[in-house]
Design a protein around this ligand. Structure first.
Ligand code: SF4
Length: 290
């Protein structure tokens, strides 16, 4: 393997998925270097020719480091790199400034393309009749309230799919068991998840990798934003609506915090009525009757 564009993004799921915004805009297939658990997924993004696991032989070509960590700096010292706007992010967490541009725009700038909107996967063209509920997230702080998702699922009269990743089987089972007719899907890889996401019209969940994956697959997304905020550049774009509360403690994290400093996580006490209105709006925008 030699020449061509090499994109480096090790983690996390949502950030790897967002690579699709630039790979879909390329004239020639790119190579992606990512953590082994995401290789299968990255390989399926539109515009990706190869995906290779981090730690294997380094592919040759024009390298763009979209992770910009100490490890990627060390491994690819001559790469072009994404601008992370770290100062703007930290200031925004302290209540100052306006955050940073959309992450897809930052990726696009680093690579030299205009980012594309989803879908970023080629999936079977089937009717998008399913509501997906995503109760998990990389940290419990960012996860949607299971009770709230259950309430939303009980209002939905069509098919409901409750999605989770490794380690979330109990949480998914808890939500699924309380919604009549709902199905559960938890897997370690992504093959079945991608297949089922092809039938999802609207997905609801916290700021999580699976929510970004649902959007990348062409679903409309209702994001429940708590400790994170659209100003951090992840929850932006078309067919994406954000339900959130205006609290002075928001945003409180750059994604990795695990405790709520005010206690009880009131940022995720979101009105079911508002979420349901966003779901209905997204559903109608797909051309379905109310
Ligand atoms: S309520 Fe405030 S402090 Fe607590 S997790 Fe949410 S944003 Fe952070």
């Amino acid at each position: 393997m030699s020449g061509g564009l090499v994109l480096v993004r090790r983690r996390a799921l949502g950030d790897v998925v967002l690579l699709g915004a630039v790979t879909a805009a390329l004239d020639a297939p790119a190579t992606v270097v990512t953590d082994p658990r995401y290789v299968e997924l990255a390989q399926r993004l539109v515009g990706v020719g190869h995906a290779v696991p981090w730690g294997s032989a380094r592919p040759e070509g024009r390298v763009v480091d979209l992770q910009r960590s100490m490890q990627t700096l060390w491994a690819f010292p001559f790469a072009a790199r994404v601008r992370k706007h770290s100062v703007a992010r930290r200031l925004r967490v302290r209540g100052w400034g306006r955050g940073r541009p959309p992450v897809t725009a930052l990726y696009g700038r680093a690579v030299g393309v205009v980012p594309r909107e989803p879908p970023w996967f080629v999936l079977p063209e089937i009717e998008r009749h399913t509501l997906a509920l995503i109760p998990g997230a990389s940290t419990p702080l960012k996860a949607a309230s299971a009770e709230t998702l259950v309430e939303v699922g009980r209002r939905w009269s069509g098919r409901t799919l409750v999605l989770g990743g490794p380690g979330e089987a109990d949480l998914v089972a808890h939500v699924t068991s309380r919604i009549s007719g709902a199905e559960a899907l938890v897997e370690h890889g992504f093959a079945r998840t991608l297949l089922r996401l092809a039938s999802v019209g609207v997905a609801v969940g916290g700021d999580s990798g699976l929510l970004h994956l649902a959007r990348a697959c062409g679903a409309s997304v209702v994001a429940l934003a708590g400790p994170t905020h659209p100003d951090d550049g992840f929850l932006v774009g078309s067919r994406l609506s954000v339900v959130q509360r205006s609290l002075s403690c928001r945003p409180c994290t750059l994604h990795r915090a695990t405790t709520c400093r005010v206690g009880g996580r009131p940022c995720m006490e979101l009105a079911v009525r508002a979420i349901w209105a966003a779901v209905c709006e997204a559903w109608c925008a797909l051309g379905h009757p109310h």
